[in-house]
Ligand binder design. Structure first.
Ligand code: ATP
Ligand code: MG
Length: 439
């Protein structure tokens, strides 16, 4: 990055580090990427570094990506000013000064520039002071800045909760007034902000509570307009994708699922599809919500009673299914922790621990799904039962017996039960609960 800045300066142009990197460096963090702003036009940038080292990632906005010695991309953007805005997109013009370029940035903390060649720091809007005080403040007139680009309302909330900053009152007021206009944002943008919030913010409840209280949820995600504090607090108890050594995108999916814990699965599916979440993520959140609303709620009540029986735990696990058990357990534990933290009558910690242990044990050693049964459709065919829908019914009845008593999961034991099950089915007697359909 320094080499890129030096090359631009040597060619007679200014090169300034701008934006998030300076902000994060001043906050004492290690920035992930360094963006440069320069007086050179995009064409000049391309000719200085050559076609081989540059990618015109957003040339109409003045952005060229330049590869450093290690092949890492750095965004180099020409100083620009906005000539026209429409609530989301701006038409930009080059030939601007650094100060004009900083003036079009959203928040003072994002409008600080550092010039490596001279070690000059440019901070025309008091961004350093706001970093010290912990304030997110719009550059210039907050109302107007939000009108130019409605995404800024969501960005302000994200930065504030990410750094534990306050939102300056005029900026907060402008966010509130922006809420009805958030329909201007594309579904992809809203998804991106939601995901970034889950990824970057340690306690997303703080951000989402502002989304809710400012009226943003009502406009963007009506199903969550009245989302309760417990649901939001549950998300806080689930780790971020990048906590620890590696990033785990699964964690973001679990946080999104936790947000929709109280929403009926059909609705979750509709909302997330609409926000352009992937099929997998949509399905994941809907499935976990459905399981929480049935099994999770039941568990919460049962945990208040006496000790739980193994058969009960196995039946719950069977309903959750192996695919979802890991995430389900994480979410349930988060939920119960959040209940305790928010002063709600939460299940006793010792009871939760014992349930958790019991679930882990069953998961490892007990038959919980049809695939775990020691009898298959082939065995039924060999036993002379004509193939048909009755097979599924028989197998589910056997699974039910095995959930009750795992030791019964032996071919001879189970096959000996088949005639009685067939007879009961013939009489129209459902033996045990009906098979739940896999989503
Ligand atoms: P992050 O660490 O999340 O990437 P960032 O500050 O780098 O934070 P980006 O979205 O990468 O955020 O944007 C880089 C810079 O571009 C910002 O710091 C800000 O100066 C400017 N910027 C980005 N989006 C907007 C916007 N919608 N309106 C005005 N300025 C913006
Ligand atoms: Mg960035």
């Amino acid at each position: 990055m320094l080499e890129i800045a030096a090359r631009l300066e040597a060619a007679g142009f200014e090169a300034w580090c701008v934006g998030g990197a300076i902000r994060d460096a001043l906050l004492g963090g290690a920035p992930l990427d360094w963006d440069l702003a320069t007086s050179a036009t995009p064409e000049k940038v391309r000719s200085i570094f050559g076609r081989g080292r540059t990618i015109p990632v957003g040339i109409e906005f003045g952005t060229v990506s330049v590869l450093d010695d290690e092949g890492v991309q750095h965004e180099v953007t020409t100083f620009r000013r906005d000539v026209k805005t429409d609530g989301r997109h701006a038409v930009v013009e080059f030939g601007a000064s650094l100060d004009e370029d900083l003036a079009r940035r959203d928040f003072t903390i994002n409008a600080i520039a550092f010039r490596p060649s001279t070690h000059e720091l440019r901070d025309p809007f008091g961004g350093q002071r706001d970093i010290e005080r912990g304030v997110v403040r719009a550059v210039g007139d907050a109302e107007q800045r939000m009108r130019e680009d409605r995404l800024r309302a969501l960005r302000a909330i994200r930065f504030a909760s990410r750094y534990g900053f306050a939102i300056e009152p005029a900026t907060l007021e402008a966010i509130r007034r922006s809420a009805p206009h958030l329909t201007r944002l594309s579904h992809e943008r809203v998804q991106q902000e939601l995901v970034k919030t889950m990824e970057q913010v340690r306690r997303p409840s703080e951000a989402l509570r502002i989304w809710r209280d400012a009226g943003a949820l009502k406009v963007l995600l009506p199903a969550l307009a009245e989302v309760d504090d417990l649901t939001l607090a549950t998300i806080d108890e689930l780790p971020r994708a990048a906590e620890g050594a590696m990033t785990r995108p699964q964690r973001t999916s679990n946080r999104v699922a936790a947000l929709f814990l109280g929403v009926p699965a059909v609705e979750t599916r509709r909302v997330l599809t609409n926000l352009r979440f992937s099929k997998h993520e949509t399905h994941w959140a809907a499935a976990l919500g459905e399981r929480w609303q049935t099994v999770g709620e039941e568990m919460t009540v049962a945990l208040r009673g006496g000790p739980l029986e193994g058969a009960q735990v196995r039946r719950w696990l069977a309903r959750v299914g192996r695919t979802y058990t890991g995430a389900f357990v994480r979410i349930a534990l988060a939920r119960w922790t959040a209940m305790a933290r928010t002063g709600l009558p939460a299940p006793d910690a010792a009871a939760v621990r014992s349930l958790h242990r019991s679930m882990r044990r069953s998961l490892l050693s007990d038959p919980l799904e049809l695939a775990d049964l020691r009898v298959t459709g082939n065995d039924l065919r060999r036993a002379g039962i004509p193939a048909g829908p009755i097979y599924a019914k028989i197998l589910h009845a056997l699974l039910d017996q095995v959930l009750e008593e795992p030791a019964r999961n032996a071919p001879e034991v189970l096959l000996a039960e088949v005639p009685a099950i067939v007879a009961a089915l013939g009489r129209g007697v459902a033996s045990g609960p009906q098979p739940s359909s896999e989503p």
